[in-house]
Every structure is written in structure tokens, then in C-alpha cells.
Ligand binder design. Structure first.
Ligand SMILES: Cc1ncc(COP(=O)(O)O)c(C=O)c1O
Length: 337
């Protein structure tokens, strides 16, 4: 199998880093205080279920704590769900192009994956909801990466109702969107929603994510996780971070304002840029190939994500940085183009 290749994370040299959808602002100061208060207790194992976080997240989404499962990043959640539901030779369905890890997770299980191409307008075709005997799990990144587009919750519910298996809605970027599918979890037991603290809470280095699903599903998924999959520092910081909703609202407003400007300016430079509901934008130039643009930007110490999807095409995914970072990227692109 070919393993998942994460985006470049240069550990030396100064880059304007717009390639892995990190938040350009520091996290809530409450997260740092949570870590400081916990350092003295590192002698002990962490709470295996991260109950403090579960309680806060449950309040936020008006569910009970037993509807929440915490993970070492939302990637851990995706792994737990795949391991629990998809056996060797069984089928996992995913949209294409989307988050590349989904296929790797199927490969790790010795499972098969079925890629269903998005329509040209980034809606999903009927085939995405079609029943098949061996289908065990369907993933949907919503907002999707690399497009930043959203499948409306009504359509997600329709898809889940038609499917013979659970649907995991990966909402890693949903805090930047106008809608989300969280309220569908109570309405349809097949729907599970995963969230990440990496993007909207500016905690990618911490590794914390969680799943919201009905308790009968969570009770089964717990059996698949590492006993202590979230460490004590991460639990403390994540709990403090989701408790600081005013920080989230202010950060979201800044990112959305910069995103609007990025999309408008990229279009002026001749890119076909998709309207994004996430903290990045997907750009295909009307006549210039993407790879040399990426390479030139990198030489100029600006890192964006060059994505090439076999059988589909390539483009540049640019994360929403600070206004100054986006200005620097736009200026460089102007000189290159
Ligand atoms: C669609 C999608 N889901 C999940 C993740 C994983 O996020 P985390 O940092 O919570 O593991 C990413 C990260 O890039 C992503 O793009």
C-alpha cells in the first residue's frame, strides 16, 4: 500500500505557511493555562474517557456526555471508526476528490474503497447514496477539502436515510461554515459527526478531536480506542479551549473576512476559485499550470498546497493566513503571473 503523505511541515527556515490549514493566530490563552495547571499531575495516567471535555462538548451540542468520544486529533477518530466498522474485503465509500487519508484507512484494514466523484458543482451524485451489500461505512468531509464546499444538511440526511450503513460527516472545518450537521445526529442514528480542534481552535500541535454519535454507537467505538488515546495536557487544553466560545467567534470572524478577500483577489489574478466555507480556498488557474506556481512560491518562501488528484486534476489549495500573509502571497503571485 502507499501510505498517507502529510503536507510539508518544514522544521527549519522561515516560511509563510499556507499549506496545511493551520490557524494563523495563537489559541485561546485559556488553553495555555489549562496546560500549566496540569503539568504537576503528569505523574498520573490521564482520564481514559476525557470526561471533563465530554461534559463541555455535550453542553455545547445539547447532548449527553455519552454521545461524545474524544480522540488524539480527529484523524484518531476516523481511524477508530474505520477499524470498528470496516473489515477485510468490505467496502468503504468516499467522495472524490476529498481528504486523502480516507483511502489510506481503508487500505490499512485490507478493505476496498469506492470513490464517487463530486459533480462539477461539488454536489454529490445519486450513486453516493446507493445501497450495496458489502458497504460498511461512508465518509463525507463537510466542508470538503480541497474545495471548501458544503453539502447542505438536508441532502446529508437524505443520503444517510438511503444508505445501508453509517455515514461519518467529517466536520474538521465546520466552524468556518454557515451550516453543519450536528443536529442530525439525534435525528438519524446512522449519522456521526467528527470535529477537530486543529483548525478553528488553533490547536493543530496539540492533537485533539472528537466524535458526536448516538450512545449505542459510542459504547461500541470505545472498545476500539487506545486506553489513553488523549494525554492529560491535551484534555486540559482542549477543555479550556472549547469553553472559550467568545475566542472562537472572534477568530472565525477574522478568518472569514480574510477568506472573502483571498477569494476575490485570486479571481482577479485569473484563477477559478471556489466559494469556500472553510479556512482555505481551492484555485485552478484559467491557463497556467499549478505546479510551477507552487514551486515558484516555495522558492520565495511561501508554502501553499499543490494537490494532484489522479483522474481528476490539480490545483493550489491556499490556507487563510493573517491579512499580511495573504497579502504577501497575492503580491508574489502577481509578480509570477
Ligand atoms: C477533512 C479533514 N479531516 C480531518 C483532518 C484531521 O484533522 P486533525 O488535526 O484533527 O487530525 C483534516 C486535516 O487536515 C482534514 O483536512
Amino acid at each position: 500500500m502507499s501510505g498517507y503523505v502529510p503536507g510539508e511541515q518544514p522544521q527549519a527556515g522561515e516560511f509563510i505557511k499556507l499549506n496545511t490549514n493551520e490557524n494563523p493566530y495563537p489559541p485561546s490563552p485559556a488553553a495555555g493555562r489549562g496546560i500549566e495547571e496540569t503539568i504537576g499531575r503528569l505523574r498520573k495516567y490521564p482520564d481514559p474517557m476525557a470526561e471533563s471535555f465530554r461534559r463541555r462538548a455535550a453542553e455545547l451540542w445539547s447532548v449527553e456526555p455519552d454521545w461524545i468520544l474524544c480522540g488524539n486529533g480527529s484523524d484518531d477518530i476516523l481511524t477508530i471508526v474505520t477499524r470498528a466498522l470496516v473489515g477485510q474485503g468490505q467496502l468503504l465509500r468516499l467522495p472524490y476528490p476529498s481528504y486523502i487519508l480516507y483511502k489510506t484507512l481503508a487500505d490499512l484494514q485490507g478493505a476496498r474503497s469506492e470513490e464517487i466523484h463530486f459533480n462539477a458543482d461539488w454536489s454529490l451524485p445519486a450513486a453516493f447514496a446507493a445501497g450495496r451489500d458489502d458497504l460498511r461505512l461512508v465518509f463525507l468531509a463537510n466542508p470538503n477539502s480541497p474545495s471548501g464546499t458544503v453539502v447542505p444538511p438536508e441532502r446529508v440526511l437524505e443520503i444517510a436515510a438511503a444508505l445501508p450503513c453509517p455515514l461519518l460527516v467529517d466536520e474538521a472545518y465546520a466552524d468556518f461554515a454557515d451550516t453543519n450537521c450536528m443536529s442530525l445526529v439525534a435525528r438519524c442514528e446512522k449519522i456521526m459527526v467528527s470535529r477537530s480542534l486543529s483548525k478553528s481552535y488553533a490547536l493543530a500541535g496539540l492533537r485533539f478531536g472528537y466524535l458526536v454519535a448516538q450512545p449505542q454507537m459510542i459504547a461500541q467505538l470505545i472498545k476500539m480506542k487506545d486506553s489513553y488515546n488523549c494525554d492529560a495536557l491535551a484534555i486540559a487544553a482542549a477543555t479550556a479551549a472549547i469553553d472559550d466560545q467568545p475566542w472562537l467567534a472572534a477568530n472565525r470572524a477574522k478568518i472569514i473576512a480574510t477568506r472573502r478577500r483571498l477569494v476575490a483577489e485570486m479571481r482577479k489574478l485569473g484563477f477559478v476559485t471556489v466559494d469556500s466555507q472553510a479556512n482555505f480556498a481551492w484555485n485552478i488557474h484559467s491557463h497556467l499550470p499549478a505546479k510551477p506556481l507552487y514551486e515558484q512560491l516555495k522558492r520565495d518562501r511561501i508554502l501553499v498546497r499543490y494537490m494532484n488528484y489522479p483522474g481528476w486534476g490539480d490545483g493550489l489549495r491556499i490556507s487563510v493566513g493573517t491579512d499580511a500573509e495573504i497579502d504577501a502571497c497575492l503580491e508574489k503571485l502577481k509578480t509570477i503571473i
